[in-house]
Write a protein that binds this ligand. Structure first.
Ligand code: PRP
Length: 182
């Protein structure tokens, strides 16, 4: 028995992710110029793998920075309370910012991040997310670059976890109910 046995089925295979990430990279390249001195803000931990692949599909000049956000509770049952565990080390005043997320679910994390970063005076702020789960939205958020819309299933892999497991999978899979309803 391994972690892969907890996966009910593959939702997005590795090849499909790689193809879509390359398309997103091309969209971002077409949106910015080198003079924009773009800053990517990767929201840890889930977006680390997406960021690593995305920047390898980008040729527009950019810097990379990280923020870690915690939403108390588990992804299966979010409490809606959000706080910063690790803040940016960089001033974003008058800078062009692109937030990089793995998934937008209720929208609470992104709403908090955009309101927080918005107070720091960025020249522009856009959002790139690999996955979007609109059926679970509680707060309306604006998304500029979206990889895939996903159904209301418990998705893991390619950065996304359940209790810190499965982040290393190369694909996005649906977790078996028995694996998270303990
Ligand atoms: C996940 C994901 C988003 C957030 C989306 O992070 O990376 O940040 O949840 O959910 P929401 O739209 O309902 O706010 P999580 O809190 O699981 O932390 P992690 O990225 O460190 O795994």
């Amino acid at each position: 028995m391994g972690l892969k046995d907890d996966i009910a089925r593959v939702l997005i295979p590795e090849q499909d992710i790689q193809k879509r990430v390359a398309e997103l990279g091309a969209e971002i390249n077409a949106t910015y110029t080198d003079e924009d001195e773009l800053i990517l803000v990767c929201i840890l931990k889930g977006a680390f793998m997406f960021l690593a692949d995305l920047v390898r599909c980008m040729n527009v000049r950019h810097e990379i920075n990280f923020m870690e956000i915690s939403s108390y509770g588990t992804r299966a049952m979010s409490s809606g309370v959000v706080r910063i565990l690790l803040d940016l080390e960089q001033n974003i005043d008058k800078r062009h910012v692109l937030i990089v997320e793995d998934i937008i679910d209720s929208g609470r994390t992104l709403d908090y991040v955009t309101r927080n970063l918005g107070t720091r005076g960025p020249a522009s702020m856009r959002v790139c997310t690999l996955l979007n789960k609109p059926s679970r939205r509680e707060i309306d958020v604006n998304l500029d670059f979206v990889g895939f819309e996903v159904p209301d299933e418990f998705v893991v892999g390619y950065g996304l976890d359940f209790a810190e497991d499965y982040r290393n999978l190369r694909f996005i899979g649906i977790l078996r109910e028995e694996a998270y309803r303990i």
